[in-house]
Design a protein around this ligand. Structure first.
Ligand code: PEP
Ligand code: MG
Length: 874
C-alpha cells in the first residue's frame, strides 16, 4: 500500500477510500486539487503509514523516511523552492487529519524548514525581517510544545525578560533584538529542557510528523473516542503543504466563503475575510473583516485577490457537492488558495429554503429535497425558540414535553394564571403535575412547567394538543406551593418572578429570554406540497377544540383521528355537570346530569364536523377514570358540595370511594361504558344529532367514526356497539334521516393486539393507542416514567423514551401482529394510530412499513408527520 499521496492543483493521487486513508483535511485537499481548484501543493501521509509507524510509538520507519524524502524533493520541484535552500527556502505547514474532528490532536505546525540560516534568507527575500523572525519564533515555540511538551508560559516569561532588557514591548522591531530573543529561546531549550530542535529541515519535518502521529494517544483524544465510540484503530493521517504567508500583509488573510445567501437561498458569494496584517496581537483584527457578499456586490473593496475567481471556485464546489458549499481559503500576497470545503451548516428554516431552491435550480429532485430535511427540525419553524446567541441561566432540566419556548411570570395555580391573563400579563403555569381542573389555566398561560410527569402525562398531552410549550418532570426543582416558593438549588423564585421554559430542550431558565418567531413562508408551503405528492399515508390530527381543529386544518390535517371527549368536559360549567353525573347515586341522577351535557357535546361536535367539512372525524367515547373530574382542592370541594346540595363529609366519602390504587388500569375506557351505558347513549346521541345538523349546514355528508377505548375483549366491543346501534336506530326513527357511521376501537392493550383478528369481526376500524399500549407492554406508568426514563436514556439502557418513539422490537412487533391479524379478518379494515408517536418521524417510518393507513397527531406536529410520511414513502 501507498504511504504518501501527493496533490497539487489539477493533479491528485486520490485513493478510493480517501477519508479513511487521508482523513478529512487530506481527503478534502486532494478533492479540491482534483477539481482543478487552487490548493497549496503538498502531500498527505496516510493512516496506513501511521499504522506502520505504530501510531508514532517508534521513530518513523525507514521506508516512510525515504518516501518522505522523495515527496519533499517532488515538492521542491513543484514550488521551485528548496528545503534548506540558499535562496527561496521551502517552508511547510504540517496538520493532523483524522476522519472526524477530534480534540487533543496536534495543532498545526507552521514554517517547518526555518532555521538560523533560512530565517535570514527569508527576511531578505521578503524584505521583511520582522515577519521572518516572527515566523521562526512561532515555529520554535510550537515545535517545542508538540515535540518536547514544553510549557508555553515559559516562553512568555523569556519574552518578557528580553523585552525589559532590550526595551521593546509586544515584539521586537529591530532584527538584532529578534536574534537575541531567538537565541534565548534556543538556549532555554538546551539548558532548561536538555533538548535540541534540529536545524536540518528534514529532521524537523520527521519529528513533527512523528509527534503528530503520537497525539492520537493524548488523553483528550482517547476520551473523545471512548465517548463517541470511535475505534482506536481508525487512525490518523498528516497533511503537509507549502506555506501560504496569509498573515504577512494587507495582501494576505484568511476567510470562509459560502455558496448561497442563506436569507434567500439564491446563489451568491457570501462569508467573510480577515485581513492578515500580522503581528502577535490579534486583538484589533475584528474591524479588518471584509464581508464577501458586500464586497462582491459593490465590486470595490480591499479584498486582496480576485473575487470573481473565488466566486467561481465556490460554485465549482457547490456543483460537485450538490449542496450548500462552505470553503475555507487563504490569500498569500494576493494569491488565492482553497484549504478546506464542506457541506455548509444551516438552521431549520435555511434548510427548507435551500432544499426548495436547489429543486428550483434543478440541482436535486423533490425526493432528494424531502430527504434533506430533518422532519423533527420543523418544530423550530412552528414554534417560537430561544435566541441562542444570548446568555442565560439554566436552573433545571426536565423532559421536553411540548415544543417551543415561552417566557412569563410564575403562577402556581390556574386561578392566578387566569387573573394574570385578565390583566394581559403573560404566565408560566408551574405545578407539581396538572389535572383536568388545570385546563383553563393551561389555556390562558404561555407555557407549562411541572415537577413530576413524563412526555405523555396529562400536562404534556394537553399542552401538545393546544400547542403550548411544556416541560415536565423537572425533578430537581422543589415546589413549595403553600409558601409560594420554587427552589432551584440556591435560587428561590416566587409567584410573579420571570421564568422561561424551552419545551424543545427541557430547559428551565431564570428570567426573561428573547424569543424568535419564524414564519411559515412560501418555501415551507412548497416543501409541504412536495411531501403531499410523495406520501402514501394520510395524516389526521388529535383535536378537541375548534381552535385546535382549525389550526390542524391550516397545517394540512386530513381529518381528525382522535377527539378525546373527556377534554370537552373540563371547562367551567361542564365540569360541574360532569361531577353531578359522576357523583349521582343512581341511574336517574346520572341521566339528569347527562341531559345537561348533551346539548353542549352536540354543539361541540357540530363545530368540529363543520370545520372538518366532510373529512373523517373520529370521536372517542369517554375514557379516563372518573376521579379525574372530581374536585381535589379544598375550596373546590366546598364549592361542589354546595352546588350539589351535599354536605362536605358525604362528598368526601363519595370522592374517596372513587379513588383507585391504579387508576390507569382501573375503572376507565369501555369499562365505564359497560358500568354506565347511559354515558355511551348520551354521547352517541350527541354525535348522531350533530352529524345530521352539520350535514345540513355544510352540505357534505358527515360519517362519524365512533371509537371505543381500552377494549381487550371482543365482547366488550359487542356490548358497547349494541348500545350505539340502538341509539342510531332511535335517532333515525326520530329524524327520519339515515345515518352512516363507523364503529371501531382503539388497540391499546396487549390482549386486544393479540386478539385483533377476532375483534376485527366487530370493528370497522382500529386505531392504535400507543400511549397505553406502551404503558401496558412495558408495565411502565406513563405518568411516573419521567422520574427514571431519563436515567435509562442517559445510561444507554434504552435509546429513546418509548412513549415518544415507538419501541419497534416490542410494542412494534405487537402492532405488526395486530395489523396482520386484523387484515386477515378484514382486508380493508381502516388502520391508524393516534398515540403521541403518531407525530414522531422515526415512529412514522415504522407505521408506514407496518402498513397503517394514517397517523394522527397533535395539530402542531401535522407538518412534521406529512414530511415524515413522505420520507417513509421515498
Ligand atoms: C393512547 O393511549 O395512545 C391514546 C391515544 O389514548 P390516551 O392518550 O387518551 O389514553
Ligand atoms: Mg389510551
Amino acid at each position: 500500500p501507498q504511504r504518501i499521496f501527493p496533490f497539487q492543483r489539477g493533479e491528485a493521487d486520490r485513493p478510493a477510500d480517501a477519508v479513511e486513508s487521508l482523513g478529512l483535511k487530506g481527503a478534502d485537499l486532494s478533492l479540491l486539487a482534483s477539481l482543478n481548484l487552487p490548493v497549496p501543493p503538498g502531500f498527505t501521509i496516510s493512516t496506513y503509514a501511521w499504522r506502520e509507524a505504530k501510531g508514532g510509538r517508534d521513530d518513523l520507519p525507514v521506508g516512510l523516511r525515504s518516501d518522505l524524502r522523495d515527496q519533499v524533493a517532488a515538492l521542491e520541484g513543484v514550488t521551485g523552492r528548496r528545503f534548506d535552500g540558499d535562496r527561496r527556502p521551502l517552508l511547510l505547514a504540517v496538520r493532523t487529519s483524522a476522519k472526524t474532528a477530534m480534540p487533543g490532536l496536534a495543532e498545526s505546525v507552521l514554517d517547518v524548514g526555518l532555521n538560523g540560516r533560512t530565517v535570514e534568507i527569508l527576511a531578505e527575500e521578503l524584505d521583511d525581517p520582522t515577519f521572518a523572525f516572527r515566523s521562526y519564533r512561532r515555529l520554535i515555540e510550537s515545535y517545542a510544545q508538540l515535540v518536547f511538551d514544553a510549557d508555553p508560559t515559559d516562553f512568555e516569561e523569556i519574552a518578557d525578560e528580553e523585552a525589559e532588557e532590550k526595551g521593546w514591548s509586544g515584539e521586537p522591531s529591530r532584527a538584532d533584538d529578534w536574534r537575541a530573543l531567538i537565541d534565548r529561546l534556543i538556549e532555554f531549550l538546551s539548558e532548561e529542557l536538555g533538548v535540541v530542535m534540529p536545524q536540518t529541515p528534514f529532521e524537523q519535518l520527521v519529528e513533527v510528523v512523528a509527534a503528530s502521529f503520537k497525539s492520537w494517544r493524548s488523553a483528550p483524544a482517547v476520551a473523545h473516542r471512548t465517548l463517541r465510540g470511535i475505534p482506536e484503530t481508525s487512525g490518523l493521517a498528516v497533511t503537509v503543504h507549502a506555506m501560504i504567508f496569509n498573515e504577512r500583509n494587507a495582501q494576505s488573510g484568511r476567510g470562509r466563503a459560502v455558496s448561497r445567501d442563506l436569507a434567500t437561498g439564491r446563489p451568491c458569494l457570501a462569508g467573510e475575510f480577515l485581513l492578515g496584517a500580522g503581528g502577535r496581537d490579534h486583538h484589533d483584527r475584528a474591524h479588518e473583516t471584509i464581508d464577501l457578499a458586500e464586497a462582491f456586490q459593490s465590486g470595490a473593496s480591499a479584498f486582496p485577490a480576485d473575487l470573481d475567481q473565488l466566486h467561481d471556485h465556490v460554485r465549482t464546489v457547490e456543483t460537485y457537492l450538490g449542496d450548500l458549499a462552505e470553503v475555507e481559503f487563504m490569500v498569500g500576497d494576493g494569491q488565492l488558495f482553497l484549504l478546506q470545503s464542506r457541506v455548509g451548516r444551516r438552521n431549520a428554516g435555511e434548510a427548507v429554503r435551500l432544499a426548495v431552491e436547489f429543486t428550483r435550480d434543478g440541482l436535486i429532485d423533490e425526493a432528494e429535497a424531502l430527504l434533506r430535511i430533518d422532519a423533527t427540525s420543523l418544530d423550530q419553524l412552528l414554534h417560537p425558540s430561544i435566541a441562542r446567541d444570548e446568555s442565560f441561566d439554566v436552573i433545571a432540566k426536565g423532559m421536553p414535553a411540548s415544543p417551543g419556548a415561552a417566557t412569563g411570570e410564575i403562577a402556581f395555580t390556574s386561578e392566578r394564571a387566569q387573573a394574570n391573563a385578565a390583566e394581559g400579563r403573560k404566565t408560566i403555569l408551574v405545578r407539581h403535575e396538572t389535572y383536568p381542573e388545570d385546563i383553563h389555566g393551561m389555556h390562558v398561560c404561555e407555557g407549562v412547567l411541572t415537577i413530576r410527569g413524563g412526555t405523555t402525562s396529562h400536562a404534556a398531552v394537553v399542552a401538545r394538543g393546544i400547542g403550548k410549550p411544556c416541560v415536565t418532570g423537572a425533578g430537581t426543582l422543589r415546589l413549595d406551593a403553600e409558601k409560594g416558593r420554587l427552589h432551584a438549588g440556591r435560587v428561590v423564585l416566587k409567584e410573579g418572578d420571570a421564568i422561561t421554559i424551552d419545551g424543545s430542550s427541557g430547559e428551565v431558565i431564570q428570567g426573561v429570554v428573547t424569543l424568535v418567531r419564524p414564519s411559515l413562508d412560501g418555501d415551507f408551503a412548497t416543501l409541504m406540497e412536495f411531501a403531499d405528492r410523495a406520501r402514501h399515508m394520510k395524516v389526521r390530527t388529535n383535536a378537541e377544540t375548534p381552535s385546535e381543529a382549525r389550526a390542524a386544518r391550516d397545517f394540512g390535517a386530513e381529518g381528525i383521528g382522535l377527539t378525546r371527549t373527556e377534554h370537552m368536559f373540563f371547562e367551567g360549567d361542564r365540569v360541574r355537570a360532569m361531577r353531578e353525573m359522576i357523583l349521582a347515586s343512581d341511574e336517574k341522577g346520572r341521566r339528569a346530569a347527562l341531559d345537561k351535557l348533551l346539548p353542549m357535546q352536540r354543539a361541540d361536535f357540530v363545530e368540529l364536523f363543520e370545520i372538518m367539512a366532510g373529512l373523517p372525524v373520529t370521536i372517542r367515547l369517554l375514557d379516563p377514570p372518573l376521579h379525574e373530574f372530581l374536585p381535589q382542592a379544598e375550596h373546590d370541594l366546598e364549592e361542589t358540595a354546595e352546588f350539589l346540595g351535599l354536605d362536605i363529609a358525604t362528598l368526601r366519602q363519595r370522592v374517596e370511594a372513587l379513588q383507585e390504587f391504579n387508576p390507569m388500569l382501573g375503572h376507565r375506557g369501555c369499562r365505564l361504558a359497560i358500568s354506565y351505558p347511559e354515558i355511551v347513549e348520551i354521547q352517541s346521541r350527541a354525535i348522531f344529532e350533530a352529524a345530521i345538523e352539520a350535514g345540513r349546514t355544510t352540505g357534505k355528508a358527515v360519517i362519524p367514526e365512533i371509537m371505543v377505548p381500552l377494549v381487550s375483549l371482543r365482547r366488550e366491543l359487542d356490548f358497547v356497539k349494541a348500545r350505539i346501534e340502538a341509539v342510531a336506530a332511535e335517532v333515525t326513527r326520530e329524524s327520519d334521516i339515515r345515518i352512516d357511521f363507523l364503529i371501531g376501537t382503539m388497540i391499546e392493550l396487549p390482549r386486544a393486539a393479540v386478539r385483533a383478528d377476532t375483534i376485527a369481526e366487530a370493528a370497522d376500524f382500529f386505531s392504535f393507542g400507543t400511549n397505553d399500549l406502551t404503558q401496558t407492554v412495558f408495565g411502565i406508568s406513563r405518568d411516573d416514567a419521567g422520574t427514571f426514563l431519563s436515567t435509562y436514556v442517559r445510561e444507554g439502557i434504552i435509546e429513546r423514551d418509548p412513549f415518544q418513539s415507538v419501541d419497534v422490537e416490542g410494542v412494534g412487533e405487537l402492532i405488526q401482529i395486530a395489523v396482520e391479524k386484523a387484515r386477515r379478518t378484514k382486508p380493508h379494515i381502516e388502520l391508524g394510530v393516534c398515540g403521541e408517536q403518531g407525530g414522531d418521524p422515526a415512529s412514522i417510518a415504522f407505521f408506514a412499513e407496518a402498513g397503517l393507513d394514517y397517523v394522527s397527531c397533535s395539530p402542531f406536529r401535522v407538518p412534521i408527520a406529512r414530511l415524515a410520511a413522505a420520507q417513509a414513502a421515498i
